[in-house]
Design a binder for this molecule. Sequence first.
Ligand code: RTP
Ligand code: MG
Length: 139
Amino acid sequence: MAGNKTFTMLKPDAVENGHIGAILEQITASGFRIVAMKLTQMTQADAEKFYDIHKERPFFGELVEFMTRGPIVAAILEKENAVEDFRTLIGATNPEEAAEGTIRKKYAASIGENAVHGSDSDENAAIEGAFHFAGREMF
Ligand code: RTP
Ligand code: MG
């Protein structure tokens, strides 16, 4: 059975460009409930740990530098079929390939700086949510 929670980050580019409000509006209008949320900034150690699965990829250094350069909005979202539906809402990793109307199509500049993160499985949603939030911050 598909889980009902996912984890997201509005990445430093989205925050720098003033898109927090518009992106959160699109997320909640699409039926996701905000279970946890905060403005925070990842340290280099945080980002290296969060993206550990990508550590052998050629873009890893760039990714860590990007994700630590400014604040992000971290959030846990709830909806039926949350992981899959949220990845549909954000669109393809590369905004040039993202469907019309998706968050990345509207707000992302490049495959690296692509405005938003969405967990890729129920298991990772739970791990990533717990990475950023204590139990008492989840509602
Ligand atoms: P995310 O984890 O952020 O939701 O993105 P995703 O699943 O669509 O993509 P993933 O393969 O997990 O890659 C994680 C993030 O790494 C950056 N990236 N840069 N320069 C590149 O070729 C490249 N490829 C990936 C992006 O920020 C991507 O979201
Ligand atoms: Mg991913």
